[in-house]
Every structure is written in C-alpha cells, then in structure tokens.
Design a protein around this ligand. Structure first.
Ligand SMILES: Cc1cc2nc3c(=O)[nH]c(=O)nc-3n(C[C@H](O)[C@H](O)[C@H](O)COP(=O)(O)O)c2cc1C
Length: 300
C-alpha cells in the first residue's frame, strides 16, 4: 500500500496530520504519540509578539461540540524559533509551522523570518482565527487573501498552505483567491463561530463572549466545503473538521481532500491519529485501491 500524500511541492509519508492548537508544540504529546507514525504535525499558531490570549473561561463543552476562544495565546515567533523549533526539527515527521499576523506586514515579516529556518516542510497561514479581537479575519476577503499570499510567496520559499475559515458565504471564492495568490494548498476548515450562554446569569459563558465550534458536530459543514473547493479550485485541499475515525478520513479523501488534519479528537484520544494511520490500508482495500491518490476526489 502506498500511503503517501502528494500536496503539490509537499509530499507526506501519509495523509494524517494533527491540527494547529490541538497538539501543543508536540513536546506535550511525546509520551502519548509515536510521531513517526504521523504524516505531519502542525504546531500551535505563533504570532509576531507574545500574546496572553483571551480572558477565561476559554473553552466550554456544548451538547454538540467544543467551543473555544483561546485567542492565540503564544510566546511569539522569536521564542518559537529559539525554543520549540530546535525540538520540532528533530522529530521523525513533517513539521508545518503555523503563523498569524495582525496585519499583512506582520504575515510577510514572519514568513520571511521562518522561511530562513531549516527543518520545516511547509508553512500554514492561519488567515482564519475567529477569536482574535482587534485582529483581522483575513480570509473573509478574497482580495486580502490573494494579496497576503502573494506577498508571503515572494519572501518565503516554503510550500504555503492557506488555512481558511468557514465563516463566509462563499468559501470557493476565497480558496480561488488563495490559489491565484500562489498558495500550494488550502486547508479548511477552521472553527465555526458560535456562542454559549448561562441564562440564569444572563451572561455569555466564554470570557470572549463568542468562540469557535469544533469536533464531530462540524464535520458535515467541513465535508461540504472541502467537496466544493476540491472540485472547483485547482490546488490540493487539506480537510479539517471533526475527523476522529478512519471512516471520517475516507469520507474527506473521497470528497476531494488530499490529506487531513485531526484536531479536537487529540484532546480526548491522543492516539486517534496513530490508530487511523494503521487502519488506512484496510480501508483503501475496501475500495480496491492501493494508494491514497486513487481515492482522492472520487465521489460519484
Ligand atoms: C482549543 C483549540 C485551539 C485551536 N487553536 C488553533 C490555532 O492556534 N491555530 C489554528 O490555525 N487553528 C486552531 N484551532 C482550529 C483547529 O486547528 C481546527 O481547524 C478546528 O478545530 C477544526 O478541526 P477539529 O474539529 O478536528 O478540531 C484550534 C482548535 C481548538 C479546538
């Protein structure tokens, strides 16, 4: 069986990645996960300056999924490069850094800085965090998406993955703008904007008032968007959203994803990604396939 995943200039051992913000900077998972089994790791988003993140509570469990408003709590890009990257680059899997800028210039400066570092397989641009007050949700505007990626492309040699938000009317237009701007792939979806309320206190539960919904509840939305983008935009798609089992993965591949990221599941079952990799050969066999690429985008 050939489990490799081809994403333009980026080739992965297999199509199973772990999603940004759900796997720390990997150190946290070292005792629980055999990194050599994974297709790749996307560490938590880093920003140019350290950010304290949002006021607590930052997460809440709802009847159908998790709401979070972490607010990109991180120690900044210099700390990432000095402290986390030396560890990450020793791991036996692909490392895809993830950055978010508050402005276009910040994206460009960070991409230039990180593009000079060794040990990264690609760079994911988090154009889509819904929880950053005062920040711009870049990927709700096709022109802004196009311009940020074009400018980043000019200064950074790494394969670029544009991470898109589902909180838009027409995700295809945004994905097309990302592709036209020079993105090697698009990844979707980030979390869906939501809210939880304590009616007795007449208060929102999250410190940030609103948050992003993730987990199995969002899978149908993610599948629909991946399918729409994969058939209409000519760059590889990485599917994200509620993926927890090998069946979920196969659905995304058939819908048109060339690889996937598993997120929220890591919080309640850190071994899920490893397990799913082990189950892929049998699932491919059910379709009479002997490689991942034979099933990508094969929806009848
Ligand atoms: C607690 C939490 C923190 C997250 N932090 C980030 C982040 O820093 N950067 C990012 O690009 N996505 C972040 N995400 C979004 C996930 O990477 C993923 O796109 C989303 O949760 C949907 O996938 P899932 O349903 O498998 O979790 C975060 C999600 C959660 C639940």
């Amino acid at each position: 069986m050939d489990l490799s995943a081809t994403l333009g200039r980026l080739t992965l051992r297999n199509p199973i990645l772990v999603a940004s913000g759900t796997f720390g900077y990997a150190r946290e998972m070292a005792g629980l996960v055999d990194f050599s089994k994974l297709g790749g790791i996307v560490p938590k988003t880093v920003t140019q300056k350290p950010r304290p993140g949002n006021a607590p509570p930052r997460t809440v469990e709802t009847a159908s999924g998790m709401l979070n408003a972490i607010g990109l709590d991180n120690d900044g890009i210099d700390h990432f490069i000095a402290h986390h990257l030396p560890y990450l680059r020793t791991l036996p899997t692909a490392i895809i850094a993830n950055i978010a800028g508050k402005s276009e210039d910040e994206f460009v400066q960070m991409a230039e800085q990180i593009g000079k570092e060794s040990g990264l397989a690609a760079l994911e641009l988090n154009l889509s965090c819904p929880n950053v007050s005062g920040g711009v949700d870049f990927a709700i505007h096709p022109e802004v998406t196009h311009r940020v990626i074009e400018r980043v492309r000019a200064v950074c040699p790494l394969p670029l993955i544009a991470k898109l938000t589902p909180n838009v009317t027409d995700v295809v237009a945004i994905a097309r703008a990302a592709a036209d701007g020079g993105a090697d792939c698009v990844s979707l979806i980030n979390t869906i904007m939501g809210m939880a309320i304590d009616w007795k206190k007449r208060r929102p539960i999250l410190g940030n008032t609103t948050g992003g919904l993730s987990g199995p509840a969002i899978k149908p939305v993610a599948l629909r968007m991946v399918w729409q983008v994969a058939r209409q935009v000519k760059v590889p798609v990485i599917g994200i959203g509620g993926i927890a089992t090998v069946d979920d993965v196969m659905e995304f591949l058939v819908a048109g994803a060339s690889a996937v990221q598993m997120g929220t599941v890591n919080f309640y079952d850190p071994s899920a990604a490893m397990r799913v990799v082990g189950q892929l050969p049998e699932a491919l066999g059910v379709l009479g396939a002997s490689s991942i690429r034979e099933v990508v985008g094969t929806l009848d």
